[in-house]
Design a protein around this ligand. Structure first.
Ligand code: ADP
Length: 415
């Protein structure tokens, strides 16, 4: 075939010219020449058979030797080199052959050059994609590591706080016992009351921190057992009786069909959720307002609602409040009691509530027309809990390790 003969005779000129144009450094030029010398026999075969596939092996070899840094650092990427080979070849054909021969050879080689360009472009794209995927994966891993470090830190801090706190609690109890039978002055009573309140708040804060870390690490385990909603409501009512009275609020628990049926779940954890939601309803409802707890049984679920006549929540904040440390503008940024109007808090209660409810397989959300501290549009929290007939129906059937009792710690640290 005449085209192949012409190509064979012209390829040393083409290789020299391409190498000269692409590499200034003699060593690099020599390397490049060696690579090109491998390419042209394949091109000749492709021209002879009319099948571009003969270029596959050499192109794959070139592509597999490419690294991403080659592509970023060097303008001599494969597409560029092949384009250059094509241009130089056309110039050499035109210069060295008569017009008719040159056109024949251009027609014979161009489709194979085009094939080569397409192929390496695809390789290069793939390398870029692989590189970006690798970077993304590394960034993701890094983020996960950072997240884990943060959670581990919170867990360690939470547990480290527990020991001294339990010691203070224990010694306070002993001190109080030692005062038994003595008439305390009003100042002494005030101080002791202050110590107890402070300890209670610290205790609850540490428990919240530990719960957040359990939830964030998917380590929250539920102690599944039979429970009755009606009993949880009774416990809830008596827990908040005093603060409801102190704030002159009306708390109505509306009975509903199904509230006295037995269900399976973790009653302590559900009560914790109800307490978190109700303490917020109390906190964000002005004195004299009303809170209604009601519910309804649905197929396989029970929905409980906490409706208050409080300041309400802006629509854009209604999902944010379930994130941890989600303190909205209207909340006071300091802890001033669990039930005082707009008393503020660490911003963990709803995050924990969401974690507990979702571990039960349920959902929690809020509805409110918006936040308005003049007209008090109120908020309604909805809690949807699945109803299981037996504990085995729920996969999260493991026991949560509760906060050790003061007595236990007292025995361990009685030094
Ligand atoms: P905390 O009460 O400790 O600040 P929470 O996670 O319990 O944290 O609540 C997050 C935020 O959601 C609160 O700071 C408050 O701004 C808003 N919020 C929660 N419940 C209500 C409610 N019933 N009415 C108005 N705002 C509420």
């Amino acid at each position: 075939m005449r085209e192949v003969q012409s190509l064979t005779s012209l390829c040393p000129i083409i290789i020299r010219q391409v190498a000269q144009e692409l590499a200034n450094d003699p060593r690099r030029r020599k390397d490049l020449k060696k690579q090109l010398e491998e390419f042209f026999p394949c091109l000749e075969l492709a021209v002879e058979t009319g099948d571009s596939k003969h270029l596959d092996v050499i192109l794959s070899k070139w592509a597999s030797s490419l690294t991403h840094s080659d592509m970023v650092m060097s303008s001599n990427d494969l597409v560029f080199i092949i384009n250059k080979m094509m241009l130089v070849s056309v110039q050499v054909f035109q210069k060295e052959l008569d017009q008719e021969q040159a056109i024949t050879l251009i027609n014979a080689t161009l489709p194979h050059f085009a094939f080569a360009v397409q192929k390496v472009a695809r390789f290069e794209n793939q390398i870029q994609v692989d590189f970006l995927l690798k970077e993304l994966h590394a960034a993701q891993k890094n983020l996960e590591r950072q997240d884990k470090k943060k959670s581990d830190f919170v867990t360690v801090i939470g547990h480290e706080f527990k020991t001294p706190l339990s010691l203070v609690e224990g010694y306070t109890d002993i001190f109080e016992e030692s005062l038994e039978g003595q008439e305390l002055t009003s100042d002494q009573k005030l101080y002791l009351n202050g110590v107890h309140n402070g300890l209670r708040r610290l205790h609850s804060l540490i428990n919240d921190i530990i719960d957040v870390s359990l939830i964030d690490n998917h380590l929250l385990r539920l102690n599944y057992q039979p429970y009755w909603l009606v009993h949880l409501f009774t416990a809830l009512k008596s827990e908040f009786e005093e603060s409801v009275k102190a704030r002159n609020l009306e708390l109505e628990i509306v009975p509903f069909w199904g509230q006295d049926e037995m269900a399976y779940g973790d009653p302590d954890r559900l009560l914790q959720v109800f307490k978190n939601v109700l303490s917020n309803s109390i906190k964000y409802t002005p004195d004299g307002g009303k809170i209604i707890i009601s519910g309804r049984k649905l197929p396989n679920y029970v929905e409980i609602t906490f409706k208050d006549s409080g300041i309400g929540i802006d629509v854009e904040d209604q999902t944010l409040i379930f994130d941890k440390f989600s303190l909205l503008e209207q909340s006071t940024h300091h802890s001033s009691g669990k039930t005082k109007f707009k008393g503020g808090g660490p911003g963990l209660g709803l995050h924990i509530a969401k974690g507990i409810i979702e571990t039960h397989g349920g959902t929690i959300w809020v509805e409110s027309p918006g936040c308005d501290e003049i007209h008090f549009p109120g908020s309604t929290f909805h809690i949807l809990i699945p109803l299981f007939d037996s504990p085995e129906e729920n996969p999260s059937f493991l026991i949560y390790q509760p906060f050790p009792s003061v007595k236990q710690d007292k025995e361990e640290h009685h030094d």
